[in-house]
Ligand binder design. Structure first.
Ligand code: GLN
Length: 541
């Protein structure tokens, strides 16, 4: 079929364009179409790997080791098509490639310009995804940023050209805007009118409008918007604020018939929609009664997006275990100096304490002491503990310092001169100067040891998960550490690297060097998150 949908945004950022594009993808999949998702990011970074989580949120990692924008995580949670480096296009990548070709003399003496050379490269990359698999029916291309931004112009121009080349019945524009509320709940359509004008200035007439608004827009408002924007009122939809979960959005759009209108505009007959899995997610979300409080002890606590996939995975696990997982975000540097960890984590805490500790990924030295303290607290109080990447390195450091008594034990990331570098760089990482794309990235297999909690979670020996780290458990100390009781339950066989450790005599203290959060879905929680939440719930009684 090979149809294209371009999703753009206007008025302001953070309207939920990624989730809207993903929800549309989910609905089209529910009607039996093969959907692919592409994200165009107008920034000049080659990828998201070098960006601070504070500025840009989480870096999402694909099987092939691409470090991408967090929207790919939304695509992965809502849709099922494959995602790889090809699905994430940035200005940096596009210019890199065009400049490389120019240096090779690939443009045969011509002057290299934004149009057509940059736009051609963007189009080629979009088409590479759309045409990669002959079975692909519809490719949804989300264009990052806001219409009117200087950076996004080449991407919108590439979209305009493709819509023109494909013809209106094979490629359409879906535009997301904001309807703000002023005074006494009065909804204002003017910013949306201007946003559509800005699209028209780029040569694109939106076919479908999704308006972010506090409540569903009435017929009169939709008609008014339609009148000012050259559209039909039936093509104006509302994305209103949801309270329980973003997984309600596919159902919200379906009720308004967004999927039917989109398919009609693409000239495709709508097949029966199987939206039961999304209904089941909502039923589970609304029927949870019990609550577990999970303390996330990390560094990037101020910005929700910095640990986006971790928070989503906890929610998925809660759905599967029929509990409401309350996220208790604890900046680990608060624990650095606290008189007692109990005052922050335990029953003495003003908020009543937590039922489980999760130490997520992170980089750099700040707040490490507090994380080690949280691990030691969970270990000695037999509170469920789940360490992810840095969280596994922390578990190893706590064991070395507090069980083996190696006071100075550390990772060389935090202390170059430690006498016991229990976490250190692999030989191949030692001389690395170029930070972009040089970590241990993407899919690796771990061999789970039968009889361990790790094996029990997955129910099989071969576990494929994704990595993003430079440092590793030092094999130099493996014998001594394992000899003292720490269970090594998962290993990457090819290079004999430790991938999973567990506490003995503990309800559930487990940590992994990889990031299971990247593969968790609302319809199928990550096995490790699921077991962690199940144990935290049961331990609570
Ligand atoms: N900073 C650690 C490393 O590079 C952990 C990385 C992470 O948690 N993603 O190995």
């Amino acid at each position: 079929m090979n149809k294209l949908i371009f999703v753009s945004g206007g008025v302001c950022s953070s309207l939920g364009k990624g989730v809207a594009a993903s929800a549309l993808g989910a609905l089209l999949e529910s009607r039996g179409f093969n959907v692919r998702m592409v994200k165009c990011d107008p920034y000049i970074n080659v990828d998201a790997g070098t960006m601070s989580p504070y500025q840009h949120g989480e870096v999402y990692v694909t099987d092939d080791g691409a470090e991408t924008d967090l929207d790919l995580g939304n695509y992965a949670r809502f849709t099922s098509g494959p995602l790889s480096q090809a699905n994430s296009i940035t200005t940096g990548q596009v210019y890199n490639e065009v400049i490389r070709k120019e240096r090779e003399g690939g443009y045969l003496g011509r002057c290299v310009q934004v149009i057509p050379h940059i736009t051609d490269e963007i189009k080629a990359r979009i088409m590479a995804v759309a045409k990669e698999d002959a079975d692909t029916d519809i490719t949804i291309v989300e264009i990052g940023g806001t219409v009117g931004d200087i950076e996004s112009i080449p991407f919108l121009e590439a979209a305009r050209q493709l819509i023109h080349e494909y013809g209106k019945s094979s490629a359409i524009s879906v535009h997301l805007t904001l309807i703000p509320e002023v005074g006494d709940g009065e909804l204002k359509t003017k910013p949306t009118q201007h946003s559509v004008k800005a699209m028209q200035e780029q040569g694109i007439q939106p076919d479908v409008l999704i308006c972010r608004a506090p409540v569903i827009l009435d017929e009169a408002t939709r008609r008014k918007i339609a009148l000012f924007t050259n559209m039909e009122s039936t093509a104006v939809f509302t994305s209103y604020n949801v309270h329980t979960t973003i997984y309600e959005i596919p159902l919200m759009f379906h009720e308004q018939k967004l999927d039917q209108v989109v398919l009609k505009k693409l000239g495709v007959e709508a097949r029966h929609a199987k939206i039961e899995p999304w209904k089941a997610v909502m039923e589970r979300a609304t029927s949870r009664k019990e609550k577990v409080r999970i303390g996330i002890v990390g560094k990037y606590m101020e910005l929700h997006d910095a640990y986006k996939s971790v928070y989503e995975s906890l929610f998925h696990a809660g759905l599967e275990c029929a509990v409401d997982v309350e996220l208790v975000k604890i900046d680990s540097s608060r624990l650095d100096e606290a008189e007692s960890a109990d005052h922050i984590l335990g029953k003495d805490a003003p908020d009543g304490g937590i039922d489980g500790v999760l130490v997520p990924g992170g980089f750099g030295q700040r707040g490490i002491k507090g994380m080690v303290r949280a691990a030691a607290w969970a270990r000695s109080n037999k509170i469920p503990y789940f360490g992810i990447c840095l969280g596994m390195q922390i578990m190893v450091i706590d064991w070395a310092r507090n069980v083996l008594g190696w006071e100075d034990a550390d990772s060389t990331e935090f202390n170059q001169n430690t006498k016991k570098p229990v976490v250190s760089l692999l030989e191949e990482q030692v001389g690395v100067k170029n930070y972009g794309g040089t970590m241990r990235l993407g899919k690796y297999v771990s061999a789970a040891k039968p009889g361990t909690k790790f094996f029990a979670a997955y129910g099989q020996e071969n576990v494929c998960e994704r990595h993003r780290h430079r440092y590793e458990f030092s094999n130099q100390y493996r014998e001594e550490i394992a000899g003292s009781g720490l269970i090594i339950s998962g290993v990457y066989p090819k290079e004999d690297l430790v991938e999973c450790v567990e506490w003995p005599d503990h309800p559930w203290g487990l940590a992994v060097q990889f990031h299971p959060e990247f593969k968790s879905k609302p319809t199928a929680a990550s096995p490790l998150f699921r077991d962690f939440i199940a144990i935290a719930r049961n331990a609570k009684g």
